[in-house]
Design a protein around this ligand. Structure first.
Ligand code: MP5
Length: 206
């Protein structure tokens, strides 16, 4: 099923996911341990704050989307435990990770969306979907056995189903939205990918 965001999304989305240098380096093994650890550490901090954003999406959700989003939140809680295990395996102390500005800026942008009124549920849901879709498309591209556990996490069939369900929820919600609202959402949608690109870049350039 196509959604109102489809025709506009591809270029930037791909640059922020399957075509990004970070993903190519993971896939061909050029990534250094230090660069990978940097990403893992920064992403851990990102996901901690992202839980609050997800909770905000849920707070604005209609009854029909409760189980989808509550399940999403529960997966995020498990994911944080998983991150902590991975950090430990790599001798990284979670307490000592300092967020990069590219990480904090992204988090603050999301936080600001939750503070700016009016923010429609459709807008929040679409942004949430964009963030998840970016990781789905990125990690699906990684074919390196060494990082299988990471690529599986974000590109499994189960995760793909979750992505489809989010898209179906957007399609349902967008039935009643105006063209102006859709236009505003598409503008925000493209900003997500700028933040994602900067986030990946920061992990390989410092
Ligand atoms: C995701 C993530 C995917 N973990 N980090 C960034 C910077 N963008 C997107 O979110 P999730 O909830 O881990 O699937």
């Amino acid at each position: 099923m196509t959604s109102f965001i489809d025709p506009f999304s591809n270029g930037k989305l791909l640059q922020a996911s399957s075509e990004h240098k970070f993903i190519k380096m993971v896939s061909n093994g050029e990534i250094s341990e230090e660069q990978f650890n940097t990403w893992l550490s920064q992403d851990y901090l990102f996901v901690i704050k992202y839980v609050h954003f997800t909770a905000f999406v849920l707070q604005n959700a209609p009854r029909r989307d409760y189980s989808l989003l509550i399940n999403g939140l529960s997966v995020l809680s498990d994911e944080l435990n998983w991150f902590e295990t991975k950090l430990k395996e790599r001798n990284i102390n979670p307490e000592k990770i300092i967020p990069f500005p590219e990480n904090t800026n992204y988090q603050n942008w999301l936080l600001n969306l939750t503070l700016t009124k009016p923010t429609s549920y459709l807008m929040m849901l679409t942004i949430f979907y964009g963030i998840e879709l970016c990781y789905f498309k990125a990690w699906k591209e990684v074919k390196n056995e060494k990082y299988k556990e990471f690529s599986n996490r974000w590109s499994s069939n189960e995760f793909g189903k979750y992505i489809d369900d989010l898209q179906a929820a957007i399609n349902e919600e967008s039935k009643k939205s105006s063209n102006d609202e859709k236009k505003e959402i598409i503008e925000k949608w493209n900003i997500i990918f700028e933040y994602e690109i900067n986030f990946w870049n920061s992990c390989i350039t410092k």
